[in-house]
Design a protein around this ligand. Structure first.
Ligand SMILES: [Fe+2]
Length: 172
């Protein structure tokens, strides 16, 4: 992806976010996550699909047009399907919340009992980059984990998954 491609994709995705009804704060957050996700992909991985990472990261919070709960990943996937977006991007959106949501957790949240844990490296990179961006600011994994503990409680299984995702994505 050259600079021109990148600029074009960014413009297209920002337009989709705005048309879906996302606030400008969500748009700015998505841009920050996409820049970091692309940097991680380029620095650490030769074989990931940069386009998928960048488009998926730019659109990861499109669900926030309709929901700000942990269900916004699922909701975003539905919006992305309505827009006819490609399956890999739909999956990145659905699986980006924290380090993903298990089928059991999804069911508790009133979602279909489907596993929304990131599986491909593109999905993992976007979920991880999102954990490291607080608003538009880069944060540390420790601060990110503290934030999850405040929200979910120290013992929530998500905490361990967020740390493992960090180790897997960055630890090479
Ligand atoms: Fe999100």
């Amino acid at each position: 992806m050259d600079a021109r491609d990148k600029k074009r994709i960014k413009g297209e995705c920002i337009k989709l976010l705005r048309e879906a009804g996302c606030d400008e704060s969500v748009v700015e957050h998505c841009i920050a996550v996409a820049e970091l996700a692309l940097k991680i992909a380029r620095r650490h991985y030769d074989s990931v699909d940069e386009y998928q990472v960048f488009r998926g990261a730019l659109l990861h919070d499109i669900g926030r047009a309709r929901s700000h709960t942990a269900n916004h990943g699922f909701v975003g996937g539905e919006i992305a399907k309505e827009l006819g977006l490609e399956e890999p991007v739909v999956r990145i959106i659905q699986r980006h919340v924290g380090a993903g949501i298990t089928a059991e957790e999804a069911k508790e949240k009133g979602l279909p009992s489907v596993n929304f844990i990131p599986e491909t490296m593109e999905e993992k990179i976007v979920a991880h980059a999102d954990n490291l961006i607080d608003g538009v600011r880069r944060t540390s994994i420790e601060d990110a984990i503290e934030g999850f503990k405040d929200k979910l409680g120290d013992a929530h299984p998500s905490i361990r998954r967020v740390r493992m995702l960090h180790e897997e994505v960055m630890g090479r």
